[in-house]
Design a protein around this ligand. Structure first.
Ligand SMILES: [Zn+2]
Length: 477
């Protein structure tokens, strides 16, 4: 017989089916979103101070089967282990009980497949995160840094959304808390706007024993290089060399998904701190997406993971803004000692944009910024998120992921061999920066993608610009 923790929902053998468990998880996530959008300070009070929508049970002896796997001798060797545990009977928290009905906790696996209900066949991964102190606290220093930045007129021209943060509260949190809150909030925004999962589905987050856990839907295909079927590729070149690149529909569909992701989130100053291949996964199940009247039948779906280095502004129903970011003592000290100065140019540059009209190129102007080339300064991405990440948030995220995709040859040549897609790509850069970035891409392995962009002029309006071009291409094709 199993024991269950007290809580609002008891899971027993009778109702412990997958759909029921997921509806409980769903309700808990909903409670977090409600608090974020109604009373953020109440969330900060309750989250790790008791009565939390995230279940914390430090007394759990199961710990997803970890203790169960110990032999009797090992158990006896442990100090402070209750006698009942030697005998195989021990206390399980509500999440271990629930997950225990979906998977065999004795196998040592960190994933499971749903075997019944509406999620039949779906695979989930259990991520055990590093231990540490969990907190969600209001900090004043980002306000002072924001005030400094807002004195710079060029900065406001580049980042008009920053003025909306005047009066916002800045909540710093540990990595686990940041990841969970940002993920759940992003999901709530995307669900309103877009029909399909665009980020990995986070079933639940919880604390069992001393460990932090996330249960996330497993990606179908992890790497873009795995997509090589003739359905998705075309041959290039005239010789007999069998070289294939991603076809127009795949490349356009991926760009549509990438740009619309940042387009929806830009109103929340969403910032992506650490873009990389490990954050992207792909699925060859086609999806149909409609955004702002633009429908895309995307042959390959793109899923972008939310990490602890992402940050976002939540807006409560009475219009109060609250910024969530990952706080670390080291980074905040560095930032307070050497405030980061944005390099935004007041001059405007002419960008040639050949996507807009058949055969004819239109010139458009844009504010631009540059990431500092001085590597002696602290890691750029760390500084960005410590600022509460209101530095060119969406623009830089889009550039990073765009360039990351371009480090993959089948994507790169898929773009370069199609005049429309190539024009779209080129319009993100000044003519004289383009050969520099392209030569860097050819040598890049996809790691440290922010480094590739250093010293390159980047458009402040990249997300709006990209979305405008996506709409034009959609109308033409
Ligand atoms: Zn447990």
């Amino acid at each position: 017989m199993e024991r269950f923790s007290k809580g609002t929902v008891l899971l027993t053998d009778g109702n412990g089916d997958a759909d029921h468990i997921f509806s409980v998880f769903n309700r808990r996530r909903g409670q977090i979103v409600d608090l974020m959008t109604q009373d953020f300070s109440e969330l900060a009070d309750r989250l790790w101070g008791g009565d939390s929508p995230i279940v914390v049970d430090s007394n759990c002896q199961c710990q997803l089967g970890a203790y169960h796997k110990l032999s009797l001798e090992q158990r006896i060797g442990l100090e402070d282990v209750p006698e009942a545990m030697y005998l195989g009977e021990y206390y399980k928290c509500i999440n271990c009980s629930a997950l225990g009905t979906l998977m065999d906790l004795d196998t040592g696996l960190d994933n499971f497949i749903i075997e019944y209900g509406s999620r039949l066949g779906q695979k989930f991964d259990i991520h055990r995160l590093a231990r540490g102190i969990r907190f969600l606290k209001c900090y004043q220093y980002p306000k002072h840094i924001l005030a400094q930045l807002l004195r710079n007129r060029n900065y406001i021209n580049c980042e008009p959304g920053a003025t909306e943060l005047v009066g916002a509260e800045f909540y710093g949190a540990d990595a686990f808390t940041t990841q969970v809150l940002v993920h759940i909030y992003v999901e709530s925004i995307l669900r309103k706007q877009l029909s399909e999962d665009r980020i990995p589905f986070l079933a639940t987050a919880f604390v069992c024993g001393q460990d932090n856990y996330l249960v996330l839907r497993a990606p179908a295909i992890e790497k873009l290089t795995d997509i090589s079927s003739p359905l998705f590729t075309i041959p290039i070149g005239t010789d007999c060399e069998d070289r294939r690149v991603l076809n127009f529909k795949v490349v356009y569909g991926l760009l549509y998904q990438l740009i619309s992701f940042f387009w929806v989130l830009k109103d929340y100053q969403f910032s992506y701190g650490d873009p990389g291949w490990d954050k992207l996964s792909f699925n060859t199940r086609p999806i149909v997406l409609t955004m702002a009247g633009i429908t895309c039948i995307c042959p390959v779906s793109l899923i972008i993971a939310i990490s602890a280095n992402c940050s976002i502004t939540t807006v409560t129903t009475d219009g109060k803004a609250n910024r969530i970011f990952q706080y670390t003592d080291r980074d905040s000290k560095t930032l307070r000692r050497t405030p980061f100065r944005p390099k935004v140019e007041s001059m405007t540059f002419n960008f040639t944009n050949c996507v807009t009209a058949e055969g004819a190129c239109r010139i458009n102007k844009a504010y631009v910024y540059q990431l500092p080339t001085d590597t002696s300064k602290s890691d750029m991405s760390a500084l960005l998120r410590q600022l509460g990440a209101f530095m060119y948030p969406s623009s830089l995220g889009l550039y990073c992921f765009l360039c990351l995709l371009m480090t993959e040859p089948s994507f790169y040549y898929g773009v370069k061999t199609n005049s429309t897609l190539n024009a779209l790509w080129q319009s993100f850069f000044l003519a004289y920066d383009l050969p520099i970035i392209e030569s860097r891409l050819k040598l890049a392995d996809g790691s440290n993608i922010i480094k590739l962009l250093k010293g390159i002029y980047l458009r402040c309006d990249a997300v709006k610009h990209g979305w405008d071009l996506i709409k034009i291409i959609n109308e033409r094709s």
